[in-house]
Design a protein around this ligand. Structure first.
Ligand code: SAM
Length: 320
């Protein structure tokens, strides 16, 4: 089976997301929170010819800011973005092709095993990426690829942060809508072949009434969910599919429901990974001592917040 069709693997759940043309990970109420200024001030302060690697780059949200800072300031940076998913920064409609061409994106590659030479980088950055990996291995890699004095700057998910809370809400809604007897289940039972005989047709009528009633409950229940929440997508997808069900081939109908389920499963996997990646203050203290053990010294972190609450921990350190 092709990699992109394996929603159960961690990397594939992200490949699905990035190939959908997303620019960045937008966990918060449909709006990407921005720490653009933060990153821009770092990148603008770097000297010409700096070498920067963005770990778990996704579709390049941070790597492209480095490219923008270089262009704005007439500098040349050597920028690499690494991710274990099949990323597609060139397919994001909003991405500036000139900036994309200034980054060396490396897909299908875990950050625990960076394809970079020893002491070849001046700065390692990551935005909600490093903490998804096997961090002990990734720390060794960061230490290996940085030059002495090289910097580490990472934004890390915080437990109890606004992003974390929003994701937990999303995960719960995704699970609810897929639960037994809920919308997806009811839609599956409406597979068109069941209209073949009189008894089947009556059963179909009953199932249809049940589906429509659950649909109307779901519309009310999730009215306040963020615009880009999966529940809205599921509701509109199933409304259309069920409306068309007597005009589609039963096999196509079955496949359409299965595809939807795979989509929701990949979405839930990503949110689950995010929940597991989030760090408490105590975890951050431990992380700083792990960095120290790998010659990444003077580690410090602070909670970055906006009007919605905590966005994440901003961590700084440098290579001894
Ligand atoms: C929340 S997204 C962040 C992406 C990007 N940094 C951004 O801010 O939009 C997490 C990313 O980590 C990647 N990822 C997770 N574990 C990884 C690993 N072990 N090696 C490389 N990439 C990984 C995923 O594929 C995904 O693109």
């Amino acid at each position: 089976m092709a990699e992109a069709l394996q929603p159960h693997s961690r990397a594939a759940s992200w490949s699905r997301y990035w190939q959908g043309g997303h620019k960045d990970t937008c966990f918060l109420a449909g709006q990407a929170f921005s720490i653009r200024e933060h990153w821009m001030s770092l990148f603008s302060s770097l000297p010409d010819n700096s070498r920067i690697v963005d770990l778990a780059t996704g579709n390049g949200a941070v790597a492209l800011l480095a490219a923008e800072a270089a262009r704005d300031n007439g500098k040349s940076f050597d920028i690499t973005g690494v991710d274990f998913a099949r990323i597609q920064p060139d397919r994001v409609a909003d991405n500036d092709p000139d900036l994309v061409s200034r980054v060396n994106f490396i897909a299908d590659t875990p950050v625990e095993n960076l394809p970079l030479a020893d002491a070849s980088q001046d700065v390692v950055v990551s935005q909600f990426g490093f903490e998804y990996s096997r961090t002990a291995d990734t720390i060794n890699e960061i230490s290996r690829v940085l030059v002495p004095g090289g910097r580490v700057r990472m934004l890390i998910h915080a437990t109890d942060g606004a992003v974390s809370k929003a994701s937990q809400g999303r995960l719960k809604r995704a699970r609810d809508i897929c639960a037994r007897g809920q919308l997806v289940d009811l839609a599956r039972a409406l597979q068109p072949a069941s209209t073949a005989d009189y008894a089947g047709a009556r059963k179909d009528d009953k199932n249809l009434a049940r589906f429509r009633s659950r649909l109307s409950t779901a519309r009310k229940k999730y009215a306040a969910a963020p615009d880009d929440d999966v529940v809205h997508y599921v509701i509109s997808y199933l409304t259309e599919l069920v409306d068309r069900r007597l005009r589609v081939d039963p096999n196509d109908y079955r496949q359409a429901v299965a595809n939807l389920q795979a989509e929701i499963k990949a979405y839930s996997l990503r949110l689950n990974a995010m929940t597991n990646a989030a760090r408490s203050k105590k975890d951050m203290d431990t992380l700083v001592s792990q960095l120290q053990d790998s010659a990444l010294v003077e580690g410090s972190f602070a909670l970055l917040e906006d009007e919605r609450g905590a966005i994440g921990w901003f961590l700084k350190a440098h290579r001894a």
